[in-house]
Ligand binder design. Structure first.
Ligand code: NI
Length: 208
């Protein structure tokens, strides 16, 4: 065997060993995910019971939305772009759905309850029509719903001494039994968003 051939065999052996090691790692990771709910959350892990406060200061829970599918998203009224855009998208979708929009509920939950009092939420959301229920609450209530929906929300200090909120932007789609069925991504095309909302409505009427 020439020395060149030996080197080649050696290189191949190393590649094979690496591939086996990678395979073992992936298998290990998959097993761990199964056991402890690691990186990939099962669908049922998103959502759940919550207790919040609406724009009139009244307590609202997930049960108040029961019987109708719910499109719910999280943000804050000081949001410079994502939240007003999403609220205006929602308004556009409900206009496109026409009467069918009555078969859905819509909610906007503040991740910044310190500034987003019920009054602030009510006035802000009212600028985007009457369909979206503004929800806020105590820090504990908001933290609980953020956790239940696996929402990312983080306070980011600003140079002027104030702060903004970095937060996840998807609209969560829940069926009439408050089970998570999917999301509409931020900036998703309207026809795609409408297709999802119509399917949500159709599935709810089929099962009721
Ligand atoms: Ni926002």
């Amino acid at each position: 065997m020439s020395s060149l051939k030996l080197i080649r065999y050696g290189a191949w052996a190393a590649v094979v060993a690496l591939a086996i090691a990678a395979g073992v790692l992936v298998t290990l990771q998959m097993t761990q995910n199964k056991g402890t709910g690691g990186l990939i959350e099962p669908l049922s892990a998103i959502g759940g019971p919550f207790e919040l406060v609406d724009g009139n200061g009244q307590t609202v829970t997930d049960k108040d939305f029961a019987g109708k599918p719910l499109a719910i998203f999280f943000g804050f009224t000081f949001c410079p772009d994502v939240c007003p855009t999403t609220l205006s998208d929602l308004q556009g979708w409900t206009m496109a759905l026409g009467e069918d929009a009555d078969k859905l509920s819509f909610a906007f939950v503040s991740v910044d309850p310190e500034r987003d009092t019920p009054d602030v939420m009510r006035d802000y959301v009212a600028a985007f029509g009457e369909r979206v229920v503004p929800l806020t609450g105590s820090r504990e209530q908001v933290d609980a719903v953020i956790k239940a929906y696996r929402v990312y929300a983080k306070k980011v200090p600003l140079d002027d001494g104030g702060y903004t909120m970095d937060h996840s932007a998807a609209v969560f789609l829940m069926d009439a039994n408050n089970r998570f069925v999917g999301t509409i991504a931020y900036g998703e095309a309207e026809d795609s968003a409408l297709k999802k909302l119509r399917r949500l409505i159709a599935n709810a009427s089929a099962s009721s």
